[in-house]
Ligand binder design. Structure first.
Ligand SMILES: Nc1nc2c(ncn2[C@@H]2O[C@H](COP(=O)(O)OP(=O)(O)O)[C@@H](O)[C@H]2O)c(=O)[nH]1
Ligand SMILES: [Mg+2]
Length: 376
């Protein structure tokens, strides 16, 4: 799912870390230890040189060696014992460790990461959160240069964990413990994957030995009833349907009546795709809710549509009050930003991911999938 983002994120984090490291680097200004000046005359020509060396008085040679030794000693004593020099080196190290990153520099460096996140459909609210968390961990803090990449990754990981701190919905447990029939209504715009997702949920329920009935409350879109009928036949499940153009709330009502009469566990209500900007059609959805009183209202969104999907979820939540989210088409979403963002923006949990067109292509959502998928 995070084909693009994962690679880019990895490269950007490395680059970001390197830049932070550069920004926090301190010029090493160790003063050269003063040496005794010893003048050694160096002959100019090769011959003179030869002669000079042989002629060099023993004393000068000794002086030369002494200086060489002293140089070596100075070098080693900086690193090791001599208390005064060690203190100086220690201070320098301290300086390297505690050099801080200013907010201006951080903002500048964050822009690369910001762009990558935006390009991969991560919502602005989420980018702001990631930025403010990173800022808390990096800006005006003593940073160990060797740890920068680790700090950045950990900060990102924690931010992403936080994005999913919303109340989870355990669908199967809810169905098991709540009163029968358990009614679920599915909402979302045309083509987002509602009908396919309903078939997948029906298949899951069947596997878990729950009985269910489908309500063809999409009486609006051509071929929608036939599409659902095919799924119902494939899965051996009853479909309640009326004619095209009839009242969707009445279809839902009949399906619930049927479930009550037959002691069926779950009613799954398909609805017509509604553009969230169409007020009349939104009113129709409200009627379905008034009549069917669903235990759960699930928004089905297309993972690949990024911020549009997040905006739709917000609009549907405002109109019908959604409880949870299923993101269809996660298998063809190479960016992943919708899955990263939608819970944080809507404060609703992602329950499942649609991962293909087959009935079994429904994966229970776990936030860990995101953290691992991003390689954090
Ligand atoms: N690859 C992929 N395609 C999907 C998934 N879910 C639905 N689709 C396809 O998306 C298209 C629209 O789905 P549909 O269920 O009719 O959407 P609806 O208009 O919201 O009911 C269909 O061609 C589905 O096969 C999914 O998880 N992965
Ligand atoms: Mg449909």
């Amino acid at each position: 799912m995070f084909k693009f983002l994962k690679e880019k994120l990895k490269r950007t984090i490395s680059k970001f870390s390197r830049k932070v490291e550069e920004e926090t680097r301190v010029e090493e200004t160790i003063e050269e230890p003063k040496q005794e000046e010893v003048k050694i005359e160096i002959p100019e020509t090769k011959e003179e040189q030869k002669e000079g060396i042989s002629k060099q008085p023993e004393e000068v040679k000794k002086e030369q060696k002494k200086v060489e030794k002293q140089e070596i000693k100075e070098e080693t004593t900086i690193k090791q014992e001599e208390p005064e020099k060690k203190g100086f080196f220690g201070k320098l190290k301290e300086k390297i460790v505690t050099k801080k990153l200013s907010y201006e520099k951080f903002e500048n460096l964050f822009s690369d990461l910001e762009l990558i996140l935006m390009e991969n459909n991560v919502a602005l609210e989420v980018i702001e959160k990631i930025k403010s968390d990173l800022e808390k961990n990096l800006v005006e803090k003593p940073i160990k240069r060797t740890k920068i990449e680790e700090i950045i990754k950990q900060s990102l990981k924690n931010s992403i964990d936080d994005l999913f701190k919303v109340e989870e919905i355990n669908l199967l447990r809810k169905i098991k413990y709540e009163e029968k029939p358990f009614v679920i209504a599915f909402f979302g715009i045309n083509g987002s994957g509602k009908t396919t997702t309903i078939a997948k949920i029906a298949n899951l329920l069947k596997e878990k030995n729950f009985s269910c009935v489908l309500a063809a409350s999409d009486t609006f879109r051509a071929a929608s009833i036939e599409q659902l009928q095919i799924h119902a036949d494939n899965l051996g499940i009853k479909l309640i349907k009326h004619d095209y153009g009839s009242d969707p709330a009445a279809v839902a009502f009949d399906a619930i009546k049927h479930a009550k009469a037959k002691n069926i566990d779950v009613v799954l209500i398909d609805t017509a795709g509604r553009l969230h900007s169409n007020e009349n059609l939104m009113q129709e959805m409200k009627k379905i809710i008034r009549v069917a009183k669903p235990n759960l209202k699930i928004f089905v969104g297309e993972s690949i549509t990024g911020n549009d999907c997040v905006e739709q979820a917000k609009a549907f939540d405002k109109t019908v009050g959604i409880d949870g989210i299923i993101l269809a088409k996660a298998d063809i979403d190479e960016k992943g930003g919708t899955a990263i963002s939608i819970s944080y923006v809507t404060k609703k949990p992602i329950m499942y991911l649609g991962t293909g067109q087959k009935y079994e292509d429904l994966k229970e959502f776990e936030p860990n999938l995101i953290v691992e998928g991003l390689g954090l």
